[in-house]
Design a protein around this ligand. Structure first.
Ligand code: S3P
Length: 432
């Protein structure tokens, strides 16, 4: 059932399993000898592709009564795949597995759909070539990635210049089968789930942070122990509901069991700064990750905000939905330093701007900064949304119907299945 400006957000909401943690849980339990159990795994297409690839590489993965059972194989023992490895739409899947494969003595071709085939891979493969892997890319930049891995990878020091958890995690996964100490310096604003899960599985990893950087040291002298994991709710999926609840008058929403890792909740801080009434309850730590419940009780209209470039990685996937919040907030919001958004599942910076303009919101792009001139009037809407099959653009502009006089038209919403198959069911359930 379509949503419109007369609706508000209500109820007790359980977000689906976190996508980043779901990918990592399959990859890391796939490298642990013994039986691991994963519940609340996100069954989106991206994660299922990672599951199928891990099976092809030797992990035994089955599902019984909603629980995934994984029997892994040790680092260095990946099977020679018999076919090309297809990651569909998933940048996380292809980049992380490129790392894992690079330090195994196998040959593999990693490919994806039309959107993934246009995304930059050198940011990962330039690092991986240094350990001794032979890697070829289409036009020296894009998937398919052809890898001939090495069984005796060289332990190195890395200095990562782009804030990206995918780059860092690819290197970390290559380190699982590297003898000696691997050291990584990166920006501390990237998500740290690979580090947290390795610690929970008893691996030898040290992590330190200062005000700007994170320093990671890994040594492969301790096995990965099997684990029992209940994947926490995905804040990046919950962001659509939380944002909607903050901006629609009269909304009241309780969010249960959501991942509350500090690298993932930048958007909560932003919404609070904009005047969102969000209470954090029942914080707890499980398997080295923080979880919490949230209570949103909409009271006042949101006001504009300014995001600095260093704040962007902490909410990199939430900028599309925050742009909807900014449109309905009083004053001009500025999101600075959005260069990374131009190389996501689509050029999100451009698509946000185009779609906002088409639905009647004034916005401008200056270099990589996005200016949104918001107000608390309903927008005209009725726009044909240009989404290039980007799941987060589709979901953001579907939510935008809550602040439009006339509903927007979105042809082919199927991309939502990559990260959030139950999105439309949940939104119907929670709008009244
Ligand atoms: C992810 C890292 C981020 C994020 C993506 C998931 C991960 O990408 O945008 O949705 O699970 O590591 P970058 O590493 O490119 O910033």
């Amino acid at each position: 059932m379509p949503i419109n400006s007369k609706k508000k957000i209500q109820g007790i909401y359980y977000p689906p399993g976190d996508k980043s943690i779901s990918h990592r849980s399959l990859i890391l339990t796939g490298q642990a000898v013994g039986k691991s159990e994963i519940t609340n795994l996100l069954e989106g297409e991206d994660v299922i592709n990672t599951l199928l690839v891990m099976r092809e590489l030797g992990a035994r993965i089955t599902k019984k009564n909603g629980k995934y059972i994984v029997f892994g194989i040790p680092p260095g023992a990946l099977f020679q795949p018999k076919k090309q490895l297809d990651f569909g739409n998933s940048g996380t899947g292809i980049r992380l597995l490129a790392g894992l494969i690079s330090s195994n003595n196998i040959k593999a071709t990693l490919k994806g759909d039309k959107s993934l085939s246009k995304r930059p891979m050198r940011r990962v493969t330039d690092h991986l070539k240094r350990i001794g892997a032979s890697i070829e890319l289409k036009k020296n930049s894009f998937p398919p990635i052809k890898i001939k891995g090495v069984g005796d990878a060289i332990p190195l020091n890395y200095d990562i210049k782009i804030p990206s958890a995918q780059i860092k995690s690819a290197i970390m996964l290559s380190a699982l089968n590297t003898n000696g100490i691997v050291k990584i310096k990166e920006f501390k604003s990237t998500r740290d789930h690979t580090e947290n899960m390795l610690k929970a599985m008893g691996y030898n990893i040290k992590v330190k942070e200062n005000s700007k950087y994170r320093f990671i040291e890994m040594k492969n002298d301790k096995d990965l122990k099997p684990i029992k994991l209940n994947v926490p709710g995905d804040p990046s999926s919950a962001a659509f509901f939380i944002t909607a609840a903050c901006l629609k008058p009269g909304s009241k929403l309780v969010v249960k069991n959501m991942l509350f890792n500090k690298t993932r909740i930048g958007f909560i801080k932003t919404l609070k700064k904009m005047g969102g009434n969000i209470q954090i309850l029942n914080k707890k730590k499980v398997n080295n990750e923080i979880l919490a419940d949230l209570k949103i009780n909409q009271k006042t209209h949101l006001k504009s905000t300014i995001l600095k470039p260093e704040d962007v990685p902490l909410q990199v996937d939430e900028i599309p939905i925050l742009s909807i919040a900014a449109s309905y907030a009083k004053g001009t919001s500025v999101f600075r330093g959005l260069k990374e958004l131009t190389v996501k599942e689509s050029n999100r910076l451009e698509l946000i701007h185009q779609n906002l303009k088409n639905m009647g919101v004034k916005s401008e792009i200056k270099e990589f900064d996005l200016y949104i001139h918001g107000d608390t009037d309903l927008k005209k809407g009725g726009a044909k949304i240009i989404h290039h099959h980007d799941h987060r653009i589709v979901m953001s502009f579907y939510i935008a119907n809550l602040i439009c006089e006339k509903s927007n038209k979105i042809d082919d919403k199927s991309s939502v299945k990559t990260s959030y198959p139950s999105f439309f069911k949940h939104i119907t359930h929670h709008t009244h």
